[in-house]
Design a protein around this ligand. Structure first.
Ligand code: FPP
Length: 247
């Protein structure tokens, strides 16, 4: 029986963020090159997307390429970019049939032109979909995002548009890339690593963290449901004590 039956659909996270890790190790275990691991990871992305649609999750953010990933061997970086272009192009129809809107965060200007073009075309084609936002973090890092926001705010102070004392959480958040999206309530990382790797550091201040030993290409819809069940069994206190929470 699917774990979906055990999930309270009225208490699902609205936003799930995932650090998809372990493609390289999965490929090695299967005697294949690293890129084979990445392309096998695309199937796990499809699984998770379907799972999010089943659960009514509104936003799914996937860490697809970090600013640090450029330091990998050129062959792997080029292969990953080609995979991105190919996958985005191939999946647009499927995204449309599930009413999924494609978005991205990160410094797109450094992505290869083909990748930028494909991404922008797919964003345009899926713009009107409203069931689920699929947000790809591409050439993203949280420190890059926080620095960017800080510079934008500093410029406004320089131009006397705001005062330093006007800077509060709300104003700061308005300069972040996901300012219109609620913070993720659940962050999942696969492959048995217990790190955040510069991902959404501001937004996950109160997220529940879920780690699994499964390598990303092995992650299936039921694994997503297991993570959500685990989330539903936690008490989210936001600094309060148990007795203060309305049950
Ligand atoms: C981390 O595993 C994975 C990545 C850096 C890339 C993830 C990208 C995909 C699954 C492609 C998805 C494509 C779209 C369009 C969403 P790793 O290489 O760090 O694994 P390792 O730690 O075992 O070496």
């Amino acid at each position: 029986m699917s774990l979906l039956n055990k999930i309270k659909l009225d208490n699902c996270p609205q936003h799930i963020a995932i650090i998809m890790d372990g493609n390289g190790r999965w490929a090695k275990q299967h005697g294949e090159v690293r890129l084979f691991g990445h392309s096998s990871g695309v199937e796990a992305v499809r699984e998770v997307l379907k799972g999010c649609v089943d659960l009514g999750v509104k936003h799914l953010t996937l860490y697809a390429f970090s600013t640090e990933n450029w330091n990998r061997p050129k062959e792997e970086v080029d292969g990953l970019m080609n995979l991105m272009v190919e996958t985005i192009a191939n999946e647009v129809d499927e995204l449309n049939s599930n009413s999924v809107r494609l978005r991205s965060i990160g410094d797109e200007s450094k992505l290869p032109e083909a990748c930028r073009n494909e991404l922008n075309a797919a964003k345009k084609e899926t713009l009107k979909n409203d069931k689920l936002d699929l947000i790809l973090a591409l050439n993203y890092s949280a420190r890059w995002e926080i620095l960017n926001a800080t510079q934008n705010i500093a410029r406004k102070v320089e131009k006397d548009e705001i005062k330093a004392s006007d800077i509060d959480e709300k104003l700061f958040e308005s300069e972040l890339t996901l300012s219109d999206v609620p913070d993720p309530e659940l962050l999942i990382r696969t492959s048995g690593e217990y790190r955040l790797s510069n991902f959404l550091l501001w937004q996950i201040a109160y997220a529940e963290l879920y780690f699994t030993d499964k390598l990303w290409p092995d992650f299936e819809r039921e694994d997503l449901f297991e993570a959500v069940l685990n989330y539903q069994n936690r008490e989210r206190r936001f600094g309060l004590v148990s007795e203060q929470l309305v049950k």
